[in-house]
Design a protein around this ligand. Structure first.
Ligand SMILES: CSC[C@H]1O[C@@H](n2cnc3c(O)ncnc32)[C@H](O)[C@@H]1O
Ligand SMILES: [Zn+2]
Length: 450
Protein backbone atom coordinates (compact mmCIF):
# COMPACT_ATOMS: atom_id res chain seq x y z
CA UNK A 1 0.00 0.00 0.00
CA UNK A 2 1.33 3.44 -0.98
CA UNK A 3 1.46 5.77 1.99
CA UNK A 4 0.22 9.37 1.67
CA UNK A 5 2.90 11.93 2.33
CA UNK A 6 2.34 14.59 4.97
CA UNK A 7 4.58 17.32 6.35
CA UNK A 8 4.10 16.52 10.01
CA UNK A 9 2.69 13.71 12.09
CA UNK A 10 2.24 14.29 15.82
CA UNK A 11 1.46 11.40 18.12
CA UNK A 12 -0.25 12.74 21.24
CA UNK A 13 -1.30 10.91 24.39
CA UNK A 14 -4.54 12.92 24.32
CA UNK A 15 -6.09 14.88 21.45
CA UNK A 16 -8.73 17.41 22.49
CA UNK A 17 -10.41 18.59 19.28
CA UNK A 18 -12.88 20.91 21.16
CA UNK A 19 -15.66 19.91 18.79
CA UNK A 20 -17.54 18.53 20.62
CA UNK A 21 -16.26 20.24 23.75
CA UNK A 22 -15.78 17.13 25.89
CA UNK A 23 -14.27 14.75 23.30
CA UNK A 24 -10.98 13.11 24.22
CA UNK A 25 -9.14 11.01 21.65
CA UNK A 26 -6.55 8.83 23.39
CA UNK A 27 -3.32 7.84 21.64
CA UNK A 28 -4.24 9.66 18.44
CA UNK A 29 -2.13 11.43 15.83
CA UNK A 30 -2.66 14.64 13.91
CA UNK A 31 -1.46 14.72 10.32
CA UNK A 32 -0.59 18.11 8.82
CA UNK A 33 -0.06 18.98 5.19
CA UNK A 34 0.43 22.46 3.72
CA UNK A 35 -0.25 24.08 7.10
CA UNK A 36 -3.65 22.38 7.46
CA UNK A 37 -4.90 19.49 9.52
CA UNK A 38 -5.61 16.58 7.20
CA UNK A 39 -6.55 13.80 9.64
CA UNK A 40 -6.98 12.79 13.29
CA UNK A 41 -6.57 9.05 13.74
CA UNK A 42 -5.19 6.39 16.11
CA UNK A 43 -1.38 6.07 16.27
CA UNK A 44 -1.35 2.70 14.54
CA UNK A 45 -3.56 3.79 11.66
CA UNK A 46 -1.52 6.94 11.16
CA UNK A 47 1.59 4.80 10.96
CA UNK A 48 0.23 2.70 8.13
CA UNK A 49 -1.54 5.50 6.25
CA UNK A 50 1.05 8.31 6.27
CA UNK A 51 4.64 8.83 5.28
CA UNK A 52 5.67 11.87 7.34
CA UNK A 53 8.51 14.26 6.48
CA UNK A 54 8.71 14.99 10.20
CA UNK A 55 7.22 13.17 13.16
CA UNK A 56 6.92 14.06 16.81
CA UNK A 57 6.11 11.74 19.71
CA UNK A 58 4.33 13.57 22.50
CA UNK A 59 3.40 10.59 24.59
CA UNK A 60 2.73 12.47 27.84
CA UNK A 61 1.07 15.47 26.21
CA UNK A 62 -2.37 16.85 25.44
CA UNK A 63 -2.69 18.41 22.00
CA UNK A 64 -5.45 20.99 21.56
CA UNK A 65 -6.28 23.97 19.36
CA UNK A 66 -4.18 27.08 20.02
CA UNK A 67 -5.72 29.42 22.60
CA UNK A 68 -7.46 32.58 21.40
CA UNK A 69 -6.90 35.65 23.56
CA UNK A 70 -10.11 37.43 22.61
CA UNK A 71 -9.27 40.81 24.09
CA UNK A 72 -5.96 42.49 24.69
CA UNK A 73 -3.98 45.67 24.22
CA UNK A 74 -0.77 43.84 23.41
CA UNK A 75 1.67 46.78 23.54
CA UNK A 76 0.63 47.57 27.11
CA UNK A 77 3.22 44.99 28.22
CA UNK A 78 5.50 48.05 28.34
CA UNK A 79 3.21 49.65 30.96
CA UNK A 80 2.86 46.54 33.11
CA UNK A 81 2.96 47.39 36.81
CA UNK A 82 3.00 51.14 36.21
CA UNK A 83 -0.24 51.79 38.09
CA UNK A 84 -1.77 49.04 40.20
CA UNK A 85 -4.59 48.80 42.73
CA UNK A 86 -6.82 51.46 41.20
CA UNK A 87 -10.36 51.45 39.80
CA UNK A 88 -10.79 51.73 36.03
CA UNK A 89 -11.45 55.45 35.51
CA UNK A 90 -8.77 56.66 37.92
CA UNK A 91 -6.33 54.13 36.43
CA UNK A 92 -7.09 55.28 32.87
CA UNK A 93 -7.44 59.03 33.38
CA UNK A 94 -4.68 59.71 35.91
CA UNK A 95 -2.07 57.16 34.87
CA UNK A 96 -2.54 55.17 31.67
CA UNK A 97 -3.82 57.81 29.25
CA UNK A 98 -1.16 60.36 30.31
CA UNK A 99 1.56 57.70 29.85
CA UNK A 100 0.13 56.70 26.47
CA UNK A 101 -0.04 60.33 25.29
CA UNK A 102 3.59 60.74 26.19
CA UNK A 103 5.18 57.46 25.12
CA UNK A 104 3.06 55.62 22.60
CA UNK A 105 4.67 55.72 19.16
CA UNK A 106 4.90 53.12 16.39
CA UNK A 107 8.21 51.91 17.91
CA UNK A 108 6.62 51.55 21.35
CA UNK A 109 3.72 49.54 19.90
CA UNK A 110 6.02 47.34 17.82
CA UNK A 111 8.35 46.56 20.75
CA UNK A 112 5.49 46.09 23.22
CA UNK A 113 3.50 43.88 20.87
CA UNK A 114 6.51 41.71 20.06
CA UNK A 115 7.07 41.27 23.79
CA UNK A 116 3.39 40.36 24.17
CA UNK A 117 3.62 37.86 21.30
CA UNK A 118 6.61 36.17 22.93
CA UNK A 119 4.74 35.91 26.24
CA UNK A 120 1.54 34.70 24.58
CA UNK A 121 3.23 32.06 22.40
CA UNK A 122 5.00 30.69 25.47
CA UNK A 123 1.57 30.48 27.07
CA UNK A 124 -0.07 28.55 24.23
CA UNK A 125 -1.84 31.46 22.53
CA UNK A 126 -1.92 31.32 18.73
CA UNK A 127 -4.39 34.13 18.04
CA UNK A 128 -5.13 37.47 19.73
CA UNK A 129 -7.71 40.17 19.24
CA UNK A 130 -5.92 43.49 19.69
CA UNK A 131 -7.13 47.03 20.32
CA UNK A 132 -4.39 49.64 20.43
CA UNK A 133 -2.88 52.74 18.88
CA UNK A 134 -0.67 52.43 15.77
CA UNK A 135 -2.22 49.09 14.77
CA UNK A 136 0.17 48.94 11.79
CA UNK A 137 3.01 48.38 14.27
CA UNK A 138 1.02 45.67 16.09
CA UNK A 139 0.30 43.95 12.75
CA UNK A 140 4.00 44.01 11.84
CA UNK A 141 4.99 42.49 15.20
CA UNK A 142 2.30 39.77 15.03
CA UNK A 143 3.46 38.73 11.56
CA UNK A 144 7.08 38.69 12.62
CA UNK A 145 6.12 36.47 15.55
CA UNK A 146 4.12 34.19 13.22
CA UNK A 147 0.90 34.65 15.21
CA UNK A 148 -2.64 35.02 14.02
CA UNK A 149 -4.11 38.39 15.03
CA UNK A 150 -7.32 40.35 14.68
CA UNK A 151 -6.21 43.95 14.48
CA UNK A 152 -8.48 46.67 15.85
CA UNK A 153 -9.29 49.65 13.65
CA UNK A 154 -9.52 51.83 16.73
CA UNK A 155 -11.45 55.04 17.31
CA UNK A 156 -11.82 57.38 20.27
CA UNK A 157 -13.47 60.76 19.97
CA UNK A 158 -10.39 62.66 21.12
CA UNK A 159 -7.03 63.31 19.46
CA UNK A 160 -4.04 61.13 20.36
CA UNK A 161 -0.54 60.83 18.90
CA UNK A 162 -2.03 58.24 16.50
CA UNK A 163 -4.89 60.26 14.98
CA UNK A 164 -6.50 63.69 15.10
CA UNK A 165 -10.23 62.95 14.96
CA UNK A 166 -12.68 60.08 14.30
CA UNK A 167 -12.38 60.38 10.51
CA UNK A 168 -8.61 60.28 10.75
CA UNK A 169 -8.74 57.10 12.90
CA UNK A 170 -11.14 55.49 10.45
CA UNK A 171 -9.16 56.44 7.35
CA UNK A 172 -5.98 55.04 8.88
CA UNK A 173 -7.68 51.83 10.02
CA UNK A 174 -9.32 51.21 6.66
CA UNK A 175 -6.05 51.81 4.78
CA UNK A 176 -4.29 49.29 7.02
CA UNK A 177 -7.00 46.74 6.45
CA UNK A 178 -6.69 47.27 2.67
CA UNK A 179 -2.95 46.76 2.88
CA UNK A 180 -3.30 43.36 4.57
CA UNK A 181 -6.53 42.28 2.95
CA UNK A 182 -5.17 39.03 1.56
CA UNK A 183 -2.91 38.15 4.47
CA UNK A 184 -3.83 34.73 5.83
CA UNK A 185 -2.80 35.49 9.43
CA UNK A 186 -4.36 38.91 9.89
CA UNK A 187 -8.01 39.82 10.17
CA UNK A 188 -9.56 43.09 11.32
CA UNK A 189 -12.19 44.40 13.71
CA UNK A 190 -13.83 47.80 13.90
CA UNK A 191 -12.79 48.86 17.42
CA UNK A 192 -14.67 51.78 18.99
CA UNK A 193 -13.00 52.01 22.41
CA UNK A 194 -16.01 52.35 24.74
CA UNK A 195 -19.40 54.06 25.15
CA UNK A 196 -17.79 56.86 27.20
CA UNK A 197 -15.16 57.74 24.57
CA UNK A 198 -17.18 57.39 21.36
CA UNK A 199 -20.09 59.59 20.27
CA UNK A 200 -23.33 58.41 18.67
CA UNK A 201 -22.22 59.92 15.37
CA UNK A 202 -18.91 58.01 15.41
CA UNK A 203 -20.60 54.73 16.42
CA UNK A 204 -22.93 55.22 13.44
CA UNK A 205 -20.04 55.67 11.02
CA UNK A 206 -18.21 52.65 12.41
CA UNK A 207 -21.30 50.50 12.04
CA UNK A 208 -21.60 51.52 8.39
CA UNK A 209 -17.95 50.68 7.68
CA UNK A 210 -18.14 47.39 9.61
CA UNK A 211 -21.19 46.29 7.61
CA UNK A 212 -19.52 47.32 4.34
CA UNK A 213 -16.37 45.28 4.91
CA UNK A 214 -18.01 42.61 7.11
CA UNK A 215 -15.84 42.75 10.17
CA UNK A 216 -16.74 42.32 13.86
CA UNK A 217 -17.16 45.34 16.15
CA UNK A 218 -14.88 45.05 19.19
CA UNK A 219 -15.84 47.37 22.07
CA UNK A 220 -15.50 47.64 25.88
CA UNK A 221 -19.05 47.48 27.23
CA UNK A 222 -20.70 47.51 30.68
CA UNK A 223 -17.32 47.24 32.37
CA UNK A 224 -18.15 49.29 35.51
CA UNK A 225 -21.12 50.68 37.41
CA UNK A 226 -19.71 54.15 36.76
CA UNK A 227 -19.89 53.62 32.98
CA UNK A 228 -23.58 52.78 33.31
CA UNK A 229 -24.31 55.74 35.64
CA UNK A 230 -22.57 58.13 33.23
CA UNK A 231 -24.52 56.75 30.28
CA UNK A 232 -27.82 57.20 32.13
CA UNK A 233 -26.82 60.78 32.97
CA UNK A 234 -25.64 61.70 29.46
CA UNK A 235 -27.86 59.60 27.20
CA UNK A 236 -30.78 58.65 29.42
CA UNK A 237 -30.22 54.92 28.80
CA UNK A 238 -27.73 52.22 29.76
CA UNK A 239 -24.90 51.61 27.25
CA UNK A 240 -26.30 48.34 25.84
CA UNK A 241 -29.62 50.04 25.12
CA UNK A 242 -27.78 52.96 23.54
CA UNK A 243 -25.84 50.61 21.26
CA UNK A 244 -29.05 48.72 20.46
CA UNK A 245 -30.75 51.94 19.38
CA UNK A 246 -27.73 52.80 17.26
CA UNK A 247 -27.95 49.38 15.56
CA UNK A 248 -24.73 47.88 16.95
CA UNK A 249 -26.27 45.09 18.99
CA UNK A 250 -26.09 42.18 16.55
CA UNK A 251 -24.10 39.05 15.66
CA UNK A 252 -21.00 41.07 14.75
CA UNK A 253 -20.71 42.68 18.18
CA UNK A 254 -17.80 41.47 20.34
CA UNK A 255 -18.61 43.06 23.69
CA UNK A 256 -15.76 43.07 26.19
CA UNK A 257 -16.35 42.70 29.95
CA UNK A 258 -20.18 42.79 30.24
CA UNK A 259 -19.89 42.77 34.02
CA UNK A 260 -23.09 44.54 35.03
CA UNK A 261 -26.12 43.06 33.29
CA UNK A 262 -29.80 42.87 34.15
CA UNK A 263 -31.68 39.65 33.24
CA UNK A 264 -33.33 41.63 30.39
CA UNK A 265 -29.90 42.61 29.07
CA UNK A 266 -28.75 38.96 29.13
CA UNK A 267 -31.81 38.14 26.98
CA UNK A 268 -31.12 41.05 24.64
CA UNK A 269 -27.52 39.97 24.08
CA UNK A 270 -28.57 36.35 23.55
CA UNK A 271 -31.33 37.29 21.07
CA UNK A 272 -28.91 39.52 19.17
CA UNK A 273 -26.40 36.63 18.84
CA UNK A 274 -23.67 38.95 20.03
CA UNK A 275 -20.40 37.59 21.46
CA UNK A 276 -19.04 38.44 24.90
CA UNK A 277 -15.42 38.52 26.05
CA UNK A 278 -14.93 37.55 29.68
CA UNK A 279 -11.76 39.05 31.24
CA UNK A 280 -11.92 37.72 34.81
CA UNK A 281 -8.48 38.84 36.06
CA UNK A 282 -8.89 42.38 34.77
CA UNK A 283 -12.38 42.61 36.29
CA UNK A 284 -11.02 41.43 39.64
CA UNK A 285 -7.95 43.65 39.64
CA UNK A 286 -9.81 46.85 38.71
CA UNK A 287 -12.61 45.85 41.10
CA UNK A 288 -15.07 46.14 38.22
CA UNK A 289 -17.24 43.26 39.45
CA UNK A 290 -18.28 39.75 38.43
CA UNK A 291 -19.67 38.98 34.98
CA UNK A 292 -22.63 36.52 35.01
CA UNK A 293 -20.84 34.22 32.58
CA UNK A 294 -22.64 30.98 33.43
CA UNK A 295 -25.98 32.73 32.94
CA UNK A 296 -24.88 34.21 29.60
CA UNK A 297 -23.77 30.79 28.37
CA UNK A 298 -26.94 29.11 29.58
CA UNK A 299 -28.80 31.64 27.42
CA UNK A 300 -26.71 30.51 24.44
CA UNK A 301 -24.37 33.50 24.26
CA UNK A 302 -20.99 32.85 22.63
CA UNK A 303 -18.49 33.79 25.37
CA UNK A 304 -14.72 33.84 24.83
CA UNK A 305 -11.84 34.65 27.17
CA UNK A 306 -9.47 37.61 27.18
CA UNK A 307 -6.60 38.79 29.31
CA UNK A 308 -7.15 42.51 28.67
CA UNK A 309 -3.87 44.46 28.62
CA UNK A 310 -0.85 43.66 30.76
CA UNK A 311 -1.37 46.86 32.76
CA UNK A 312 -4.66 45.64 34.22
CA UNK A 313 -4.04 41.92 34.67
CA UNK A 314 -0.88 41.89 34.82
CA UNK A 315 -0.24 38.72 32.79
CA UNK A 316 -1.11 37.76 29.24
CA UNK A 317 -1.74 34.27 30.54
CA UNK A 318 -4.84 32.55 29.15
CA UNK A 319 -4.19 29.50 31.38
CA UNK A 320 -4.69 31.79 34.36
CA UNK A 321 -7.92 33.10 32.81
CA UNK A 322 -9.16 29.53 32.26
CA UNK A 323 -8.78 28.66 35.93
CA UNK A 324 -10.06 31.99 37.22
CA UNK A 325 -13.09 31.91 34.91
CA UNK A 326 -13.97 28.36 35.97
CA UNK A 327 -13.63 29.11 39.70
CA UNK A 328 -15.43 32.46 39.56
CA UNK A 329 -18.38 31.05 37.62
CA UNK A 330 -18.98 28.56 40.41
CA UNK A 331 -18.81 31.20 43.13
CA UNK A 332 -20.95 33.72 41.22
CA UNK A 333 -23.67 31.22 40.24
CA UNK A 334 -23.53 29.29 43.53
CA UNK A 335 -23.27 26.05 41.56
CA UNK A 336 -20.15 23.87 41.58
CA UNK A 337 -21.09 22.40 38.20
CA UNK A 338 -21.24 25.79 36.48
CA UNK A 339 -18.66 26.05 33.69
CA UNK A 340 -17.01 22.60 33.69
CA UNK A 341 -13.43 22.39 32.45
CA UNK A 342 -14.19 21.33 28.86
CA UNK A 343 -16.58 24.30 28.45
CA UNK A 344 -13.98 26.79 29.68
CA UNK A 345 -11.47 25.35 27.22
CA UNK A 346 -14.00 25.71 24.45
CA UNK A 347 -14.46 29.36 25.44
CA UNK A 348 -10.72 29.96 25.05
CA UNK A 349 -10.55 28.22 21.66
CA UNK A 350 -13.60 27.73 19.46
CA UNK A 351 -15.73 30.49 20.99
CA UNK A 352 -12.91 32.99 20.51
CA UNK A 353 -12.53 31.96 16.89
CA UNK A 354 -16.34 32.24 16.40
CA UNK A 355 -16.46 35.76 17.79
CA UNK A 356 -13.83 36.80 15.25
CA UNK A 357 -15.56 35.03 12.35
CA UNK A 358 -12.59 32.63 12.14
CA UNK A 359 -14.36 29.41 13.14
CA UNK A 360 -13.75 27.82 9.74
CA UNK A 361 -10.04 28.52 10.03
CA UNK A 362 -9.05 27.95 13.66
CA UNK A 363 -10.38 27.20 17.16
CA UNK A 364 -10.75 23.41 16.89
CA UNK A 365 -8.85 20.44 15.52
CA UNK A 366 -10.83 19.44 12.46
CA UNK A 367 -9.57 18.27 9.08
CA UNK A 368 -9.37 21.27 6.74
CA UNK A 369 -8.66 23.82 9.47
CA UNK A 370 -5.36 25.59 9.89
CA UNK A 371 -2.88 23.67 12.06
CA UNK A 372 -2.97 26.17 14.96
CA UNK A 373 -2.18 23.89 17.88
CA UNK A 374 -0.65 23.72 21.31
CA UNK A 375 0.91 20.78 23.15
CA UNK A 376 0.89 20.73 26.94
CA UNK A 377 3.00 18.25 28.88
CA UNK A 378 0.78 16.57 31.46
CA UNK A 379 3.49 14.14 32.49
CA UNK A 380 5.22 16.40 35.00
CA UNK A 381 5.47 15.90 38.74
CA UNK A 382 2.60 18.19 39.68
CA UNK A 383 0.33 16.80 36.94
CA UNK A 384 0.83 13.06 37.52
CA UNK A 385 -1.31 11.03 37.44
CA UNK A 386 -3.78 12.42 34.92
CA UNK A 387 -7.33 11.01 34.88
CA UNK A 388 -8.88 13.76 32.80
CA UNK A 389 -6.84 16.06 30.54
CA UNK A 390 -9.56 18.75 30.41
CA UNK A 391 -9.56 18.92 34.19
CA UNK A 392 -5.76 19.16 34.41
CA UNK A 393 -5.55 21.88 31.76
CA UNK A 394 -8.00 24.11 33.61
CA UNK A 395 -7.49 23.34 37.29
CA UNK A 396 -3.91 22.13 37.63
CA UNK A 397 -1.69 23.05 34.68
CA UNK A 398 -0.20 26.45 33.92
CA UNK A 399 1.47 28.13 30.98
CA UNK A 400 4.80 26.69 32.16
CA UNK A 401 3.57 23.28 30.94
CA UNK A 402 3.16 24.44 27.33
CA UNK A 403 5.83 22.68 25.27
CA UNK A 404 5.00 23.25 21.59
CA UNK A 405 2.99 25.78 19.61
CA UNK A 406 2.20 25.78 15.90
CA UNK A 407 0.42 28.33 13.74
CA UNK A 408 -0.42 27.22 10.20
CA UNK A 409 1.71 24.15 10.92
CA UNK A 410 4.78 26.33 11.61
CA UNK A 411 6.51 25.58 14.89
CA UNK A 412 6.72 28.77 17.01
CA UNK A 413 7.61 27.08 20.30
CA UNK A 414 9.77 23.97 20.46
CA UNK A 415 10.16 22.27 23.82
CA UNK A 416 9.48 25.57 25.54
CA UNK A 417 11.86 27.60 23.36
CA UNK A 418 10.74 30.34 20.99
CA UNK A 419 11.89 29.46 17.49
CA UNK A 420 11.53 32.85 15.80
CA UNK A 421 11.94 35.50 18.44
CA UNK A 422 15.10 36.70 20.15
CA UNK A 423 14.20 36.79 23.83
CA UNK A 424 17.32 38.72 24.92
CA UNK A 425 16.72 41.42 22.32
CA UNK A 426 13.05 41.72 23.32
CA UNK A 427 14.01 42.06 26.99
CA UNK A 428 16.70 44.64 26.18
CA UNK A 429 14.19 46.78 24.29
CA UNK A 430 11.56 46.44 27.03
CA UNK A 431 14.15 47.47 29.61
CA UNK A 432 15.04 50.59 27.60
CA UNK A 433 11.35 51.58 27.44
CA UNK A 434 11.02 50.84 31.16
CA UNK A 435 13.83 53.29 31.94
CA UNK A 436 12.24 56.06 29.89
CA UNK A 437 8.78 55.57 31.39
CA UNK A 438 10.08 55.27 34.95
CA UNK A 439 12.23 58.40 34.64
CA UNK A 440 9.22 60.42 33.55
CA UNK A 441 7.11 58.85 36.29
CA UNK A 442 9.69 59.80 38.94
CA UNK A 443 10.26 56.17 39.89
CA UNK A 444 13.44 55.33 37.96
CA UNK A 445 14.20 51.67 38.61
CA UNK A 446 17.99 51.97 39.29
CA UNK A 447 17.43 50.49 42.72
CA UNK A 448 15.92 47.47 41.00
CA UNK A 449 19.11 46.68 39.13
CA UNK A 450 18.17 48.07 35.72
C1 LIG B 1 -8.15 52.94 21.83
S1 LIG B 1 -6.77 52.00 22.21
C2 LIG B 1 -7.28 51.10 23.62
C3 LIG B 1 -7.39 51.94 24.88
O1 LIG B 1 -8.00 51.14 25.86
C4 LIG B 1 -7.38 51.36 27.09
N1 LIG B 1 -7.70 50.27 28.01
C5 LIG B 1 -6.94 49.28 28.46
N2 LIG B 1 -7.63 48.47 29.27
C6 LIG B 1 -8.87 48.97 29.34
C7 LIG B 1 -10.05 48.60 30.01
O2 LIG B 1 -10.11 47.54 30.80
N3 LIG B 1 -11.15 49.35 29.85
C8 LIG B 1 -11.13 50.45 29.06
N4 LIG B 1 -10.05 50.86 28.42
C9 LIG B 1 -8.93 50.14 28.55
C10 LIG B 1 -5.93 51.48 26.70
O3 LIG B 1 -5.17 52.02 27.73
C11 LIG B 1 -6.03 52.35 25.45
O4 LIG B 1 -6.08 53.68 25.80
ZN1 LIG C 1 -9.48 46.32 27.38
Amino acid sequence: MVRESVDLLIEARWLLPMEPADRVLERHSVAVRGGRICALLPWQEAETRFEARERLRLHTHALLPGLVNLHTHAAMTLLRGLADDLPLMEWLQKHIWPAEMRFVTPEFVYDGTLLACAEMIRGGVTCFNDMYFFPEAAAKAALEAGMRAAIGMIVVDFPTPYAADPDDYLTKGMALRDQYRSNSLLSFCMAPHAPYTVSDKTFGKMLTYAAQIQVPIHVHLHETEEEIRESLRQHGVRPIERLRRLGLLGPDLVAVHMVHLTPEEVDLVACANASVVHCPSSNLKLASGFSPVAELMEHGVNVGLGTDGAASNNRLDVFQELRTAALLAKAVSGRANALPAHRVLQMATLNGARALGLENETGSLLPGKSADMVAVNLGTLELSPCYDPHSHLVYAAGREHVSHVWVQGRLLLNEGRLTRLDVDEIIARATRWGRRVAEADGSAPEGRGQ
